[in-house]
Design a protein. Structure first.
Length: 341
């Protein structure tokens, strides 16, 4: 059975402001092929969200894998997990709406316990975060006593609480290299753990977790994406080791963003990561030529402009992130330690 959700009703708005909003949206989104009618359809919502968030003191944080209408229509801060976690500590507003998956909102709450953190809708899963529990980490520690535990930011608060230090794809290498021990427990991404073992030369004990979006990229699929030999290839560390070994560069989306900022007009780049990030790059760097990865995270795409509108209009308790204070404090130590890198 197909359940069709009703488009939320919206109060009538000033026509002049609406026209300006349509133009603003079209300037950015037409780069991705949006037509004027599509921009007209969402403009009443983005305009209303932008008005309400100011009135209610809400800051909207969006991960780069969100859709372009959220990123360019209503987000105040856009970035990867590390950038969002860091910027969340600088926000003056009492209320944060995190557009991403649940563990990201938990990370914001870990760092900002006094703030009210909301998500457009709960249950935005992540195959990595959902692959491991705090109990699993405790068992791993018992099996490998003395080995420090580095957890990827894509984990629940409970898993972070059992870890010594948290990391992102941007600082994982630096953090692992900074540890005295030659044996490190890295979880939950097995691909990333294997890639980091190769890069750092350390003995890395991994966990069998995968990002379904990056793990789905096989060498066969990569061959099909590589139509132009002059394209620079840059793969996310969550990709399989054979992909990492066959590309020009590897790292996180923060590194990818840096490459785009430093590239010259006309440069051709294929970022092997979620398509939402590539769409963002196409709008922010219109003089570069980005190939599509066609890698879609279905969990990220479950947020849309209508769910953002509904929560900004009505901040319901069911969309609020709450954490057990003892777990939050323990997780805070691991996240706080990461922020130095
Ligand atoms: S892209 Fe992968 S790691 Fe990121 S939220 Fe989606 S499933 Fe999780």
């Amino acid at each position: 059975m197909v359940i069709v959700e009703e488009t939320p009703k919206i109060p009538t708005q000033d026509q002049e402001k609406l026209t300006e909003e349509i133009e603003r949206l079209y300037t950015n989104l037409s780069i991705l092929g949006w037509n004027i009618e599509a921009c007209e359809a969402i403009a009443p919502y983005t305009l209303r969200i932008n008005t309400l968030k100011k009135e209610k003191g809400i800051k909207i944080l969006a991960h780069s894998y969100q859709t372009a209408d959220i990123i360019f229509g209503v987000a105040d801060i856009v970035g990867d997990s590390l950038a969002l976690a860091k910027r969340a500590t600088e926000i003056e507003e009492d209320t944060i709406l995190l557009c991403g998956v649940d563990f990201m909102a938990e990370t914001v709450k870990i760092l900002n316990p006094e703030k009210n953190v909301f998500v457009p809708s709960k249950g935005r899963d992540c195959t990595l975060a959902d692959s491991i529990t705090g109990e699993d980490v405790r068992k791993l520690k018992e099996k490998h006593p003395g080995a420090p535990v580095v957890c990827y930011v894509n984990t629940t608060a409970e898993v972070k609480a059992e870890s010594d230090i948290c990391c992102t794809s941007a600082n994982a290498q630096k953090i692992i290299e900074s540890l005295e021990s030659d044996t490190v427990i890295y979880l939950p991404d097995e691909n990333m753990g294997k890639n980091l073992a190769e890069i750092t030369g350390k003995n890395i004990i991994t966990w069998r977790g995968y990002c379904r979006t990056h793990h789905a990229l096989t060498t066969n699929r990569l061959e099909k994406l590589l139509k132009d030999p002059n394209v620079k290839t840059f793969a996310h560390l969550e990709c399989r080791p054979e992909i990492i070994q066959s590309v020009d560069l590897h790292g996180g989306t923060g590194d990818m963003n840096k490459l785009a900022a430093e590239s010259s007009n006309g440069d051709k780049i294929l970022f092997l990561t979620e398509q939402g990030f590539i769409d963002r790059m196409k709008i922010e760097y219109p003089d570069l030529k980005f190939s599509d990865s066609h890698m879609i995270c279905v969990s990220m795409k479950r947020n849309d402009i209508f769910s953002v509108y509904k929560i900004v209009e009505n901040l319901t308790l069911e969309n609020k992130i709450e954490l057990d204070e003892e777990i939050r404090k323990k997780a805070y130590k691991a996240v706080k330690r990461m922020l130095k890198y």
